[in-house]
Design a binder for this molecule. Structure first.
Ligand SMILES: *Cc1c(COP(=O)(O)O)cnc(C)c1O
Length: 218
């Protein structure tokens, strides 16, 4: 596939779902991709990218930002509190807010810096031990806590279990977002973004379907 095909599929999914054209933001997930592939997508005019590691984002994006204007970066992976300041300096959005300690660190630095990226609370919809995210039953309280810290929580994010129908998880995330008055839904990856859009995704995170498989380091 490639950028154009993915854009076309997103447009089709928006239409089928009766959603406004352009209402879904495509986050091109460039983690581990060779610079040449990322640059090709920038040359095609795309400007919204996702990285799951802060260090990798810091190594890669300042140089691209010198060459291309208006790049929007989303941090979508696990965030350690000692990387928060760096993440907030680089990114326009963080999709992995998943614990009180992290929320407090973001709030403190936002105060100091006078700005804060858009935030998404990651929900562990499959209640998997190894996966980050707040449990579905704890999400309302955590969103409330973030709001109490004046954090700009825009929505929720999930990564469904690999071996389950993602639609159930997308529907659950949408339900939790709705009852918390949150408009943003960061859900859907290369294999399932059309289904996520049908269930209300506002942000889809697509990597390999745009750039090709990530090279494995050997
Ligand atoms: C890598 C990654 C993606 C993109 O995965 P693809 O299958 O390559 O589309 C999306 N979301 C998160 C959180 C990721 O880490």
């Amino acid at each position: 596939m490639g950028l154009k095909e993915i854009r076309d599929e997103i447009a089709r999914a928006e239409t089928e779902a009766g959603r406004e054209a352009g209402s879904v933001t495509l986050i091109a997930v460039s983690k581990k991709q060779p610079d040449a592939r990322v640059e090709a997508v920038l040359e095609e005019g795309h400007r919204v990218f996702g990285e799951n590691r802060v260090q990798e984002a810091a190594d890669k994006w300042p140089a691209f930002r010198e060459k291309f204007d208006d790049i929007e970066l989303h941090i979508i992976g696990p965030l350690q509190t000692n990387k928060v300041r760096q993440a907030m300096g680089l990114a326009q959005a963080i999709h992995s807010v998943d614990r009180p300690k992290l929320a407090r660190a973001i709030a403190r630095i936002a105060q100091e810096e006078g700005h804060c990226p858009d935030l998404f609370v990651q929900v562990n919809t499959g209640e998997e031990d190894q996966k980050a995210g707040v449990m579905p039953g704890e999400t309302d309280a955590f969103v409330e806590e973030c709001r109490g810290l004046d954090l700009p929580v825009r929505g929720l994010m999930c990564i469904p279990p690999v071996d389950e129908d993602p639609s159930l998880h997308f529907a659950l995330l949408a339900k939790i977002a709705a009852r918390n008055g949150l408009a943003g839904l960061s859900m859907g990856m290369s294999g399932d973004f059309a289904r996520a859009i049908a269930l209300g995704a506002t942000h889809v995170r697509v990597g390999s379907a745009i750039f090709g498989e990530r090279p494995t380091r050997g």
